[in-house]
Design a protein around this ligand. Structure first.
Ligand SMILES: Nc1ncnc2c1ncn2[C@@H]1O[C@H](COP(=O)(O)OP(=O)(O)OP(=O)(O)O)[C@@H](O)[C@H]1O
Ligand SMILES: [Mg+2]
Length: 380
């Protein structure tokens, strides 16, 4: 069972490439469900059919659905909000980290992902292809299970809600549910992100930022897909052909810069004269995208996020993050956690047990990520 998440900036081709991937997987005889968590719901347009919240058959072995995030919110959120309000009041919310709560407005996206997890658990599909919203939304959404689960764990740990037994039970269920979702999203053997981009200026810096944020979230990225390359016009003559050649060589320059900045494969798809709509056109796009390779193939996991090596009395802690040259980096120690913030994306990293009585004495950043030196003794 594989879960492929397609994300990227608005309008780059996420829906088209997710649909193309699913069409290709189904053509190879595997049962696949392609589902959109994006409220814009253009998946139906890509297939040229009507879709609902329940999976419907689009082609042999190929099913598609639009998660009705609003509907899920309407169904679940009022009860949840009441619970959380009660908890917040009972637990003296001011003491809690306000930042963790600001993510709660993304609850509709969270519920949409919850629905994806439900499909994944159903055992009906060999693969789930998810057409996610734009990158920023998706990042926020991927942070949610962790942020909310952390918050709920803390609330659950307080003794301030003895009279709210039903609420405590509901919160426990929710917390377990979220940790299951987080486990699914961060399981590199199952879930992989395909980041879609268009070859424009600044895309390299932007992509590194996104990759770094995804690495902080513990989410495995399989590949980058550069979409809408201007077709090659080698044998054509005239000003239009010259324009095409110039555009393409600019795009090629951007892509070769991207290639050399990452170990990830960068797949290429040209801009077609017709919008790829329907299974036949989508399979043609998939052929260009994957050639003869298996679209479900997972890239071997890269360096683990954390690795620790001993160095005399010290320890060296490496945090594997693709940092950009202009990355804004902040490091803080809060109790037994290390708080790493890269370009506004924050991650609490629980220090390995052995390092809890150690103090960070040096920190350096390079292409491979962060390198920290920790010496014995706790700062207090
Ligand atoms: N390689 C391509 N060649 C021609 N048209 C394309 C190609 N890729 C995408 N398109 C067209 O570009 C438009 C935007 O693509 P798509 O809807 O897949 O992008 P998206 O990233 O899902 O957008 P949104 O952020 O709005 O969800 C669509 O009309 C689609 O048919
Ligand atoms: Mg879309």
């Amino acid at each position: 069972m594989r879960v492929l998440l397609f994300t990227g900036k608005g309008g780059v081709g996420k829906t088209t490439l997710a649909a193309a991937t699913a069409a290709r997987v189904a053509a190879a005889g595997r049962r696949v469900l392609v589902v959109s968590t994006d409220p814009a719901h253009s998946l139906a347009d890509a297939f040229g059919v009507r879709l609902g919240a329940d999976p419907s058959e689009v082609d042999t072995a190929l099913h598609a659905a639009h998660v009705d995030a609003r509907g899920l919110v309407d169904r679940y959120w009022p009860t949840l909000r009441t619970h959380l309000r009660g908890l917040a009041a009972g637990a003296g919310l001011d003491a809690l980290d306000a930042e963790e709560l600001t993510v709660l407005p993304g609850v509709d996206e969270l519920l949409a992902l919850t629905e994806v997890a439900r499909f994944a658990e159903s055992g009906t599909w060999d693969a789930l292809v998810v057409d996610c919203g734009p990158t920023a939304e998706t990042l926020r959404l991927l942070a949610l299970p962790e942020a909310v689960a952390g918050y709920l764990d803390r609330v659950r740990g307080t003794r301030l809600i003895p009279d709210l037994r039903a609420t405590a039970a509901a919160v426990s269920t929710l917390a377990d549910h979220l940790s299951g979702l987080r486990a699914l999203l961060t399981d590199a053997g199952t879930t992989g992100v395909r980041l879609v981009l268009t070859p424009e200026r600044l895309v390299v810096a932007e992509t590194r930022r996104t990759l770094s944020a995804l690495a902080l979230r513990g989410v495995h990225v399989d590949a980058l897909i550069a979409n809408r390359l201007v077709p090659r016009a080698r044998r054509w003559q005239g000003p239009a052909a010259a324009w095409l050649r110039t555009r393409r060589s600019e795009q090629d320059a951007v892509l070769s810069e991207l290639d050399s900045s990452t170990a990830l494969p960068v797949h290429r798809v040209e801009h077609r004269a017709h919008e790829p709509v329907g299974a036949v056109a989508l399979r043609a796009v998939a052929q260009e995208l994957y050639g003869d390779t298996d679209p479900l193939a997972a890239r071997a996991p890269g360096a683990p996020l954390l690795s620790v090596t001993a160095d005399g009395a010290d320890y060296l802690l490496a945090i594997a993050l693709p940092l950009g040259a202009g990355s804004d980096l902040d490091l803080a120690r809060v109790g037994d956690d290390l708080v790493v913030t890269v370009d506004g994306v924050r991650r609490l990293i629980a220090l390995p047990l052995v390092l809890r009585r150690y103090t960070v004495t040096d920190a350096e950043a390079d292409d491979a990520g962060l390198h920290l030196r920790l010496a014995p003794g706790r700062e207090d």
